[in-house]
Design a protein around this ligand. Structure first.
Ligand SMILES: Nc1nc2c(ncn2[C@@H]2O[C@H](COP(=O)(O)OP(=O)(O)OP(=O)(O)O)[C@@H](O)[C@H]2O)c(=O)[nH]1
Ligand SMILES: [Mg+2]
Length: 433
């Protein structure tokens, strides 16, 4: 069977490279390289050097002009690395040219992100989604994979004819695999939707956590729901949407859903591959945009998340910005940041999932935003109408319940529909008196 990865993967040391056209892009490029370093390290590859190169213009052949190209090649040889990783997107032919001259593996940020996703994918659906994205990425690059292999086998110009024929065969195989994978994804998605429907027979308001990778979405879910979803200091810890029930301060229940994190320059094919799961998740009543306030690049991270949301058609949804990790900031810089961020979103919430500070406040605001914060009411429900208590409980609108001789004393936040059914049983004075 055709393997997507035909390149040797036993690489140990990487040379990271970002190409910019203007000096004022340097700072941003450096932070992108730091992020790339983390992604590359996540794959178990060490870093030998990071470099931002400024050029006046880019060239189709090698992205860089001959002078800069030779300069980098010298450096690569000097530090003896076995892979060059570009933060910029490389065309398949640029990749091929670099590999031919440098004699090392040359890849770009997209491919690294695809590899990290592949390493993290756990459920069948995520595995298939990543597989599809990788197949699509590999399709125009088969020529490169072949030339790589050809070189390894000591092949050269003489084997070209054989290579061309093989590439055509490979391309057909990959296209067939793409079709088959898409079909499989559809099937798995169908099963997921049915089981989700079964689970969610009780319609509870849903809130989805979105945001940049490593912002603390899973940690927030765990804190609010008392769950133990994987949260880790690594990029893309979460790939599959995970839903848990959470209880708000007034006792009402909501469904909180954790989603895959976003990253700058997220490959479009990954957004496309994950579109089905993400879209379904984003049919939430409210989106919580979790931001790592302690990250100096947090505003760029926010822009990235908002851009991906727009791409998914979710920009019209109500979004509440949640600035997390405030425990990592000194109080004066926190005050400054708060002022700045409130300019971006005056309703923003500041909290720390680690210490728990501000989390209750967030839940109260969620309650308000979802229109669940209405006054608590008391009822004495006769035993033969117990189904009303069950309805309140199922809708997550029951706060307390005590069985009495004449019925069940409850305090609750009934929905409009239930209010009508409960009209006869309302007790105006508080029941505890
Ligand atoms: N100091 C501090 N660390 C936090 C806080 N919240 C989360 N973290 C840490 O940040 C790291 C990332 O947290 P996660 O919850 O995995 O982040 P995520 O947004 O789910 O990340 P992805 O799943 O990759 O998208 C973990 O090491 C957490 O322990 C916080 O409030 N303060
Ligand atoms: Mg997570």
């Amino acid at each position: 069977m055709f393997e997507v990865k035909e390149k040797p993967r036993l690489v140990e040391k990487a040379f990271l490279l970002a190409v910019v056209l203007r000096e004022d892009e340097r700072e941003n490029a450096e932070s992108l390289l730091d992020e790339l370093e983390e992604l590359v390290s996540n794959l178990g590859i060490g870093i030998s050097q990071k470099k931002v190169v400024r050029v006046r213009k880019t060239f189709p052949g090698y992205l860089l002009g001959k002078g800069k190209f030779n300069e980098i090649l010298e450096k690569v040889k000097e530090v003896a690395c076995d892979v060059i990783v570009f933060d910029n997107d490389l065309s398949p032919s640029q990749q091929r040219n670099w590999e031919a001259e440098s004699k090392v593996l040359v890849i770009d940020r997209q491919e690294i992100i695809l590899d990290v996703f592949a390493a993290r994918a756990q459920t069948k659906e995520a595995v298939l989604q990543v597989k599809l994205a990788r197949l699509e990425y590999s399709l125009p690059r088969l020529r490169r994979a072949w030339s790589h292999l050809g070189r390894q086998r000591g092949g050269g110009v003489t084997q070209r004819g054989e290579g061309e024929a093989q590439i055509e065969l490979d391309q057909r195989m990959v296209r067939d695999q793409i079709t088959a994978t898409k079909k499989e994804i559809k099937q798995v998605a169908k099963t997921r939707k049915t089981s989700r429907k079964r689970r969610l027979r009780i319609p509870l308001p849903t809130v989805a956590l979105v945001g940049y990778t490593n912002a603390g979405k899973s940690t927030l879910l765990n804190r609010v729901c008392g769950s133990d979803v994987l949260s880790a200091d690594k990029l893309f810890a979460t790939l599959d949407p995970t839903s848990r029930q959470a209880r708000l301060p007034t006792g009402k229940k909501i469904i909180l859903t954790d989603t895959v994190g976003f990253i700058r320059k997220l490959p479009h094919r990954l957004v496309d591959a994950f579109r089905a799961t993400l879209e379904e998740t984003l049919v939430a009543n409210l989106l919580l945009h979790v931001v790592d306030l302690s990250n100096p690049q947090c505003e760029e991270h926010m822009q990235t998340t908002l851009a991906v949301l727009e791409e998914l058609g979710a920009e019209e949804k109500e979004i509440l910005t949640v600035f997390n990790k405030m425990d990592l900031l000194a109080s004066d810089s926190l005050q400054n940041l708060k002022l700045r961020m409130r300019n971006l979103d005056k309703d923003a919430i500041f909290l720390s999932c680690s210490t728990g500070e501000g989390v209750i406040n967030l839940l109260k605001v969620i309650e308000k935003k979802l229109g669940l914060a209405e006054e608590i009411q008391s009822f004495l429900i006769p035993h033969d109408r117990y189904e009303l208590v069950a309805k309140l409980r199922n809708e997550g609108r029951l706060a307390t319940e005590v069985a009495e001789d004449f019925g069940v004393k409850v305090s609750a936040y009934p929905s409009k529909k239930l209010k009508l059914e409960l009209l006869d049983y309302e007790v105006k004075v508080t029941l505890d008196k």
